[in-house]
Design a protein around this ligand. Structure first.
Ligand code: SF4
Length: 355
């Protein structure tokens, strides 16, 4: 349920699913997951024809970024809904931190519910609840990082230390009172001029100096210089700024990106936890270009779908999880690899943390 007090402009947006749930009937050979989002019609099945399609009509930053990275990757991940059987530990790490931030803000109160002046006792109470829920999520969902790997530092102890550092940072901001949080986990579903839908969920909407901004929480092992390069161009941050402005019915300046940095400690240096604050703004021209580019991408995806042909984009291969599939010499061998190492979990951007 969306309990946000954030006021949106109902003429510019709609916060609902685009259609009734789609029910898929399991075949005798393969038990299909039930999906509740609307999926694209498939005019022709040419490639890996026996697999069901789960391509969501609602496109979010993950779907579009994946397509821009490689159409074949989009086919595996978004159309077939196949993901690696073993999830990397950093997904649970990032999600546990998001749970912590969400509960902290919700318990303390935001928008009209927030305390008139900083309330220390309430803040500590909110922190303890948020910590408990964040750690619970972590312990339920995480897998142990491989010994010696760069993720080795991702332990419960480091997670709790990270929560404490983030809380101190949050507390300072509340004491200063410059930034007002007006919405958390704000879902959006924006209709674009071509009739397509752009969806997502903003971590926060905030007001600073009377201007509206989005705020996104990230976890990273990269240093500030490297991470800063990911702020612009950025499909996600431009898309959020575009969508949040439509949702609010007023201009949104850009995104505050608050990053929790942690990395494996080296002999002479500790690497986190530390909070980095970054800002990325967008001009009206950039948002107009984004809208037109997005509609062009929609046409490109339709072209792929109509022919059921999803070209490989080889420059993206070295770091791709589907590499072991794409190196197979035949379609049959590719399918065998997919079945062995990837499970079916259709992408649904309307759900939080894949729940
Ligand atoms: S391995 Fe390369 S071609 Fe295959 S899905 Fe990944 S990026 Fe695309």
């Amino acid at each position: 349920m969306n309990d946000s007090p954030f006021q949106f402009n109902p003429t510019a947006t709609e916060l609902r699913h685009t259609s009734d749930p789609v029910e898929l009937v399991p075949s005798k050979r393969m038990a299909l997951p039930q999906v509740t989002m609307e999926i694209e019609d498939v005019p022709v099945r040419r490639f890996m024809a026996k697999y069901p399609r789960f391509e969501p009509k609602l496109r979010d930053a993950t779907a579009v970024s994946t397509y821009k990275t490689c159409a074949r990757k989009y086919f595996f991940q978004l159309v077939l809904g196949r993901v690696p059987r073993e999830e990397e530990v950093y997904f649970a790490w990032g999600s546990a931190y998001h749970v912590f931030r969400y509960v902290l803000e919700k318990e303390y109160g935001y928008g009209p519910e927030r305390p008139a002046k900083f309330d220390q006792a309430k803040a500590v109470e909110a922190f303890l609840t948020a910590q408990k829920e964040g750690v619970f999520y972590w312990k339920t969902k995480s897998v142990a990082p491989a010994p010696g790997s760069k993720w080795e530092f991702m332990t419960t102890e480091r997670l709790i230390k990270s929560f404490v550092v983030a809380f101190k940072h949050w507390q300072r901001e509340k004491l200063q009172g410059r930034i007002e949080v007006i919405a958390i986990e704000q879902a959006f579903n924006i209709q674009m001029p071509d009739g397509s839908h752009r969806a997502g969920r903003a971590d926060q909407m905030v007001r600073w100096n009377r201007k509206l901004w989005g705020r996104d929480f990230k976890t990273t092992t990269k240093d500030t210089k490297f991470f800063s390069r990911m702020l612009e161009p950025s499909e996600q941050f431009t898309g959020y700024t575009y969508s949040e402005a439509k949702l609010a019915g007023e201009s949104v300046e850009g995104q505050f990106v608050e990053v929790l940095y942690n990395a494996k400690d080296t002999k002479n240096k500790k690497h986190g936890p530390e909070i980095l604050e970054l800002t990325t703004a967008r001009t009206p021209w950039q948002l107009e270009e984004f809208e037109n580019d997005q509609m062009m991408v929609n046409q490109m995806i339709k072209l792929n779908r109509d022919a059921d042909r999803w070209p490989m984009f080889e420059p993206a291969c070295p770091f791709c999880p589907y590499h072991s599939v794409c190196i197979k010499p035949t379609e049959q061998a590719m399918m065998a690899q997919l079945e062995m190492h990837f499970r079916v979990r259709p992408w649904d951007c309307t759900k939080i943390n894949g729940d």
